[in-house]
Design a protein around this ligand. Sequence first.
Ligand code: ADP
Ligand code: MG
Length: 357
Amino acid sequence: MVKKMSQITGKKTSAIPSTRPLASLRISFGRCNLLSAIHLDFLFLFFGLVFLTSCAKPMHKDKFVIAGTFLEVMSTDARASQIVYEEFKRLDKIFNFYDKNSEISRLNSTYNTPVKVSPELLEVLRLSQQLNQMTNGAFDVSYGSLYDFWKELIKKGSIKELPSKETIDSIMKNCGMDKIKIDAADSTVTLQKEGLKIDLGAIAEGYMVDKAVIALKKKGISSALINAGGDIYCLGTNRKNPWRVGIKNPSEIEGIIENEDLVDEAITTSGNYEQFFDLGGKRYSHIIDPRTGFPVATHVISASVITKNCTTADGLATAFFVGGISGVNDFLSKYRSTMRIFLVTQEGKQKRVHVFR
Ligand code: ADP
Ligand code: MG
């Protein structure tokens, strides 16, 4: 049975006043704190200082821009960041939706032709299929043309009215997991509808993090933290302590909603605070409910998932953002799980944190 944090601790779930939009994750490493994403420069300065003064073994840290995101790697092993970077570079050639020469783009340009795919693409597609079933369709990578349509609208800026249901329905005709035929024995994928586009934006980053962790382990590295645009994996411990990760309150620069200790675990957050549009007093996200064809515009403003691998955390954070509290409850009632889930909702002028563990 799933218990809310309030049931476990006896405390009410915290209600956090809302003042500012947005943020990312705030991460703390034992006694060394750092703010990710938007304050990178400050962060690395600060981090460096702390480690020079308080830590016996120096912590190597690097940041890159790769695969359309920023990538941070920290480890006491100087080789770690290069190994992670090389793995991301390799996988970007498979998963980059916006590079017309990537493997996914080449697959997306085909119709009714079995296409041989790499083991990595095959694996992510099969995982995506499973997550689609486990989340009652809240997670669906086959709606790329619809996600693109909404992203273009968001990019344009001011939206005066929502597109008609007819417009959305006509795009949705080209979507659906049932139109992707995966032949695992043959390593082929066939797109059975013209115009169908697979968009792995909600899962590929998490997968790349997991593959980078495997690459590190192969080289005998047992301690590192990888952060790819908020998809984070904590390998081993931070010297003798767990890696401490704080989940940022989406409405405050300094506030965090939870501090969590992670060892060999991943955390990912999906939310409506970075890409969105406002219309008629509602905030519409860049995450779309594939069952309606319209952007999520509920009281959920972010969903975070902590679990054993980053691929699942990434996919489920997106799915739980779509499904909200009932989606999480439904999932947990069917699948026994040790994962920790945090939903932040907007309740009038206040924010509320719902913790499932
Ligand atoms: P982030 O933008 O931080 O990576 P997500 O991991 O939630 O956040 O991925 C969002 C992206 O996934 C969208 O930009 C879109 O390309 C795609 N997407 C949108 N809605 C869904 C959905 N319901 N299922 C799967 N992918 C989605
Ligand atoms: Mg995701």
